[in-house]
Design a protein around this ligand. Structure first.
Ligand SMILES: [Fe+2]
Length: 248
């Protein structure tokens, strides 16, 4: 008998050189940003996430310049491995925010629906010997081997052997100084921080558009360059500024 497996989900990670030099400074800044953000909007068992609390542009904050350049560099590596021709594509960090997870706090399952790629970087991770510090769990919605839809759901006991072919999730224990990249549409969540220490990470959302030129606007699957967009609606007219254009 032979069984082969196909259609792999590609999750990228790299343990960044020089992380220890930068983590302490970023940690202090993140805790300051948490303090200065909106009043807490999440339930007690949910981690504090900057995007819900007015702290979602750390990619434009010089204090995060090191990790931003690492995200940029590794995004190029990841997309190159996925076979993307980067001469036709412009990359943009659309938003970036910290996550602070204290004891018993988690992040519910979600996707990053306005982005194409997502990244997470671990600034501070509690000692795993004290318990699970909150694992990043990817959930499989494609279920290519689930021959009857729903057969493997938690409401049935029809699939009685958990194995490689029917696994519905993949779990990564966080590692301090590690950067991970994954498709933004992949549903994921973070399990509760079972330690008494604080777990701190940064999330980044990345968008691909066409580079100016022949490909710009000619593909239904690749957005035209941002500088070709025209904003409209109520309120003062918004035009992309010259400064924004140089970011392209
Ligand atoms: Fe996420």
């Amino acid at each position: 008998m032979a069984i082969e497996t196909w259609f792999p989900l590609a999750i990228y990670y790299e343990d960044l050189e020089g992380a220890a030099e930068h983590n302490l400074g970023m940690l202090e800044t993140i805790l300051e940003l948490e303090e200065s953000g909106y009043e807490r909007r999440a339930y007690d068992d949910m981690a504090w996430t900057g995007d819900l609390h007015g702290v979602q542009q750390v990619h434009l904050d010089e204090r995060f310049a090191w990790i931003v350049s690492q995200v940029e560099q590794h995004t190029v590596e990841y997309l190159t491995a996925l076979g993307v021709d980067l001469s036709q594509v412009a990359l943009h960090i659309q938003r970036a925010w910290p996550i602070v997870s204290r004891q018993e706090q988690a992040v519910g399952d979600h996707m990053h629906n306005t982005a194409h790629l997502s990244a997470v970087y671990y600034v501070q991770v509690p000692d795993v010997n004290m318990g699970d510090p909150g694992s990043l769990v990817f959930l499989d919605d494609a279920r290519v081997n689930e021959v009857c839809p729903g057969l493997g759901s938690e409401n049935t006991n029809v699939v009685d052997e958990a194995n490689f072919y029917n696994q519905l999730q993949a779990s990564y224990v966080p590692v301090e100084g590690r950067l991970m990249l994954f498709p933004a549409k992949q549903r994921h969540g973070v399990t509760p921080n079972e330690t008494e220490e604080t777990r701190v990470s940064l999330s980044f959302d990345i968008v691909l558009t066409a580079k100016p030129g022949e490909a710009a606007g000619s593909h239904e699957f690749l957005m035209p360059p941002v500088k070709q967009w025209k904003s409209f609606g109520a309120g003062p007219a918004l035009r992309i500024s010259a400064e924004d254009m140089t970011r392209e």
